[in-house]
Design a protein. Structure first.
Length: 133
């Protein structure tokens, strides 16, 4: 079991490439979904955690039991989106989530028709990353 990955040089797409290979391997083995905790930095942490931001941008979605908390968060910030990927599709939403987001339980469905796969493909296209899923 892997707890976390410490990246010494952020911005090199190391996590993205690792995730793309994980998705590819999981799909080839006919797995249904991946799960993780999209961790955010807490005041007592000695490391900075960016999962709450990065996993959402890569297509993960919040588990259903996280939706109520997220809807409250959206209302608190006066946002009209209903899902994290909608929020992260805007520059303002990205910055707001980066500054005020929180850790959440995440799922990534691996079938072609899944919204998570569509979110990932959209992210890759926007970033100009070519990868055969």
């Amino acid at each position: 079991q892997n707890s976390f990955m410490l990246v010494y040089e952020p911005g090199q797409s190391i996590g993205t490439n690792l995730f793309l290979n994980q998705v590819s391997a999981a799909r080839s083995r006919k797995l249904i979904k991946l799960r993780t905790f999209a961790r955010a930095t807490e005041e007592y942490d000695d490391l900075e955690w960016g999962g709450y931001y990065c996993w959402g941008r890569l297509g993960y979605e919040m588990r259903h039991d996280e939706h109520s908390k997220f809807q409250d968060w959206l209302l608190n910030f006066g946002r009209s989106e209903t899902k994290l990927n909608e929020l992260l599709a805007t520059k303002v939403g990205c910055e707001l989530w980066r500054k005020h987001g929180y850790g959440w339980l995440a799922e990534f469905y691996l079938n072609d028709a899944a919204e998570t796969m569509s979110n990932l493909r959209n992210y890759l296209q926007a970033k100009g990353i070519s990868f055969d899923l």
